[in-house]
Design a protein around this ligand. Structure first.
Ligand code: SAH
Length: 385
């Protein structure tokens, strides 16, 4: 098999549980196209088998530490089947089956939407195994269709084309997702991520349980939080800057027979400021914004943005009211997320208690030695008076 040789620094990364070797830690580059390579230390010792991406800054992604492992069809079947079995018992018709590095399948994402799968092959090495992966996914899940949402920007860095492509059977434009007591429509071909924000499933169900009175869902997208809120709250206002997203949210409300949700197309920053000025109060508030920190450089501005919306949301809480706040910015670490909430609470003039902190659901495993597998943080905060 083709071999790669890595520096001591690269080898140490693998020993401490991280699957990536960067271009700068490659001493001997394999002279082969993307695929699997055997990785050695300078001493000659075999470290394991890895995916090889010649064009990428992330040259190698560790697949198996076992020197005797062969990355064949049976290997893929075994790894995929372990990931899929781990999701047994999730009470929803959509969930993530493979969370890349989190499931030992670096740069592969597989989301299940009922009888269909949406996959993302995000590296040249992974792409080279496409046929085997599709074959094994089909036999393990028996789905009717597989769609590749390979339109993610990271593919550029791998020298791969961006596209959305049907890999097997048929995949509908809209798929109904059952989640807790509600249903909503996912848009696998065109929606954000692979068609819906599956990572907030447990948080949405949790917030639904504590919702009451007047409720506000900021950054509502297709209304998934709003739908859960509407089951217990009297009235829900769903705010989003995208009219298109709100149209779908309205369809979702109708589908669930909910007539207590009002849709407001607005910038959430403006909406929160105006509501505060008007003295409006809510018993339940959700703020689930998009990632404000797209890179490390924008973290400062992002934190100011998070601080502002959280501060205002806190001020809108009626006594005893509950705020669920989230951040999906990878660059905002758990500790800085908590610091931001503490800072907003201090500035809000309210006495607030931290009821729950949440991370990622079981189908988005966050590996402690691989920070890149984690990004989602959530907190439930109660207004004490
Ligand atoms: N809560 C949703 C996901 C939110 S995604 C869920 O669980 O499914 C982020 C949403 O924020 C998108 O719908 C986007 O249109 C909206 N958005 C982005 N910037 C905004 C702003 N300044 N004001 C209001 N909505 C905004």
């Amino acid at each position: 098999m083709t071999r790669a040789v890595v520096s001591a620094k690269g080898a140490l990364r693998w020993r401490t549980g991280h699957p990536w070797i960067f271009r700068s830690d490659l001493i001997e580059r394999p002279a082969t196209p993307p695929g699997v390579v055997a990785v050695h230390e300078r001493s000659g010792q075999l470290l394991g088998q890895a995916l090889w991406s010649p064009a990428s800054e992330i040259s190698l992604r560790l697949l198996d530490r076992d020197p005797a492992a062969t990355i064949d069809q049976a290997w893929w079947r075994n790894r995929l089947s372990r990931a899929i079995t781990r999701r047994d018992g999730i009470d929803a018709s959509a969930c993530r089956l493979v969370h890349g590095e989190g499931d030992g399948l670096p740069s592969l994402v597989v989301d299940r939407y009922d009888r269909w799968l949406v996959v993302q092959l995000l590296s040249a090495g992974m792409e080279s195994f496409r046929e085997m992966i599709v074959a094994e996914l089909l036999s393990l899940t028996g789905v009717e269709g597989i769609l590749a949402r390979n339109d993610a920007a990271v593919r550029d860095r791998e020298g791969l084309a961006r596209n959305t492509e049907l890999l097997h059977g048929e995949v509908p434009r809209e798929i109904e997702v059952r989640e807790g007591g509600i249903t909503y429509l996912a848009a696998p071909w065109t929606g954000q991520k692979t068609g819906a924000f599956l990572d907030q499933r447990e948080n949405r169900i949790r917030v639904g349980q504590v919702a009451r009175g007047r409720a506000l869902d900021c950054f509502s997208y297709h209304g998934s939080f709003a739908l859960h809120l509407a089951a217990r709250a009297d009235h829900v206002i769903a705010v989003d800057s995208s009219g298109e997203a709100l149209d779908r949210a309205a369809q979702n409300a109708a589908r669930n027979g909910r007539s207590n949700i009002e849709f407001v197309e607005a910038n959430a920053f403006d909406y929160l400021r105006d509501a505060e000025r008007a003295g409006t109060k809510f018993e339940t508030v959700v703020v689930d914004p998009p990632a404000f920190a797209k890179n490390k450089q924008s973290l400062g501005n992002a934190i100011r943005g998070y601080h502002e919306i959280n501060l205002r949301a806190m001020r809108l809480l009626a006594p005893g009211g509950m705020l669920f706040t989230a951040s999906c910015s990878y660059h905002l670490t758990k500790s800085r997320f908590l610091e931001m909430i503490e800072g907003a609470a201090a500035d809000s003039g309210r006495r607030l208690s931290l009821r729950e902190l949440s991370g990622q659901p079981l189908d988005h495993p966050e590996i402690l030695s691989i920070p890149e597998t984690g990004y989602l943080k959530g907190a439930l905060v109660e207004a004490m008076d």
